[in-house]
Write a protein that binds this ligand. Sequence first.
Ligand code: ATP
Length: 227
Amino acid sequence: MATAAAERGTGPLGLLGGTFDPIHLGHLRLAEEAREALALDAVRMIPAGQPPHRDAPRSTADDRLAMARLAVAGNPALEIDDSEVRASRKSYTVLTLERLRAELGPDRPLVLILGADAFEGLPGWHRWQELFGLAHIAVANRPGYAPHGRRWPAILSPELDAACRDRHATDPAALRAAAAGKVIPFDMTPLAISASQIRDLIRMGSSPRYLLPDSVLDYIDLHHLYR
Ligand code: ATP
């Protein structure tokens, strides 16, 4: 599903995939701070239908999509893309990027936004080396994962190091100069929030309020999710 801001613009478009089980303020600040720090036209948030790298989500794709929509309501720069949820196949990022490339053309800069944990795991992703030819990659710090260092983004595996060695950028202008291929770090407000923490709190009967939007929490309560 293409939406207005992404179709109109010609500048870099951010892409934030995730299970969003449920979406929380860590995801929303990640999208918002990436948009500002990297001068992105908009950020498309793409809930995974069947995430290939982890256990099945606890809530249905429709519930995760509904919660994501509630979370971004009122922010025209954050869009929800339901194509992975609607697809019957596994949600491989490389396939989603190929589809977006075909949809948006060869010249539009695409910026895949990853938290530090997701970046660390990149070499386990399906056809991961091809991601660099399809999009730039922006890496945000995340509490509990490799912090900023002299060589940021901190690269822990030799194969990821080899793939990223000549791709580092620090100036967001580099994202406008090409459609894909750079790896750029950026700082976001450190938020030690995770969806698993929220699910655990709910399961234990504790309150996750203020870790996620009230509208999402109301939806969770209404539909008795994560109990
Ligand atoms: P779970 O706890 O179920 O593993 P999660 O909170 O990590 O979920 P995901 O949907 O798996 O959420 O994450 C989607 C993307 O958002 C990933 O790139 C992840 O690194 C990033 N992300 C999630 N939470 C944060 C956070 N608090 N700070 C920075 N990045 C985050």
